[in-house]
Ligand binder design. Structure first.
Ligand code: IPE
Ligand code: IPE
Ligand code: MG
Length: 269
């Protein structure tokens, strides 16, 4: 089972939201940092700095609401196209986030996972990521998935390549390749698909985020920039989610596991 409904970190307040209408996995496209800053006359990077504060707040609230999985889009495979100075500021923020916040996340029972390609990633960041994953691997209150140097097309292409290599070695029959096999070769095959994807900044696109996994996700686009994301905004998104009628292709909502082609099925959960 992926859910840990009976477990809770000591420092997370009493659960306020554990109904079936709440998402098990929330994906967040934290967008609008630059616009938040420039509209106030600040350099773009000030928006990123404030964005980390919004992230801390969000993780705490998600813990209170007992959301089992939170995936945050921290840096896309395409974000390398930005000016070198901004890229290096963002890499620095990730370093500082892991160094400063990991102990608290660990104490709160948060497991940290990082999805994305390790290509082009500075070696010191790779070791920080590896250490964070290793240190928190037994935590069960919440899983924080950090999508870093992540692109959904790259992830699917990587899965296709792995399957092709297995086929060439004669380990699998190409005719047997199905959605479950592709799902099993993505970066984090044991994590259930997102139920809800929130994007701030008013943009209404995925920008290469969890395209495979979002097949049946509900989308909520908020007209605020990421540094302004707070409890009220989170509550708005969750209320919107609770009001949606999820059908998964059938005529009424599926009762238990929502994913029709869930990767969870592969792990027997
Ligand atoms: C999101 O804010 C943070 C990252 C992409 C890393 P942006 O930097 O995209 O801010 P806008 O969209 O330009 O305002
Ligand atoms: C998506 O935001 C990536 C992250 C939030 C990390 P972008 O700002 O990079 O997306 P586009 O370029 O507006 O589509
Ligand atoms: Mg943006």
């Amino acid at each position: 089972m992926m859910r840990d409904d009976n477990k809770q970190a000591d420092d997370f307040p009493a659960p306020q939201r554990a109904a079936a209408s709440s998402p098990r996995h929330v994906g967040i496209i934290m967008d609008g940092n630059g616009r938040w800053a420039t509209s106030r006359g600040f350099p773009r990077v000030e928006g990123h700095r404030r964005g980390v504060e919004a992230l801390r707040r969000t993780i705490r609230i998600a813990g209170e609401y007992r959301i089992s999985f939170v995936t945050i889009y921290a840096f896309s495979a395409e974000n390398w196209r930005r000016p070198a100075q901004e890229v290096s500021y963002l890499l620095g923020l990730l370093r500082r986030f892991i160094r400063n916040d990991l102990a608290e996340l660990h104490a709160s029972g948060v497991r940290v996972r990082v999805i994305g390609s390790r290509e082009n990633v500075p070696p010191d960041i790779i070791s920080l990521i590896t250490d964070a994953e290793e240190m928190t691997k037994a935590n069960t209150n919440m899983t924080l998935v950090v999508a870093f140097n992540y692109g959904s097309r790259q992830e699917i292409a990587d899965a296709a390549r792995k399957l092709a290599q297995q086929a060439v070695r004669g380990e699998i029959d190409p005719a047997a390749i199905d959605p479950a096999m592709i799902g099993a070769n993505l970066y984090a095959p044991d994590i259930p698909d997102p139920d809800l994807i929130i994007r701030t900044s008013g943009e209404q696109r995925l920008s290469n985020f969890l395209m495979w996994q979002a097949a049946y996700a509900e989308f909520v686009f908020l007209p605020i920039h990421w540094p302004d994301f707070d409890r009220a905004a989170f509550d708005t998104a969750l209320a919107e989610f609770a009001a949606r009628d999820r059908r998964f292709g059938a005529l009424s909502a599926a009762p238990a596991d929502p994913a029709p082609v869930g990767r969870a099925a592969l792990t027997g959960s």
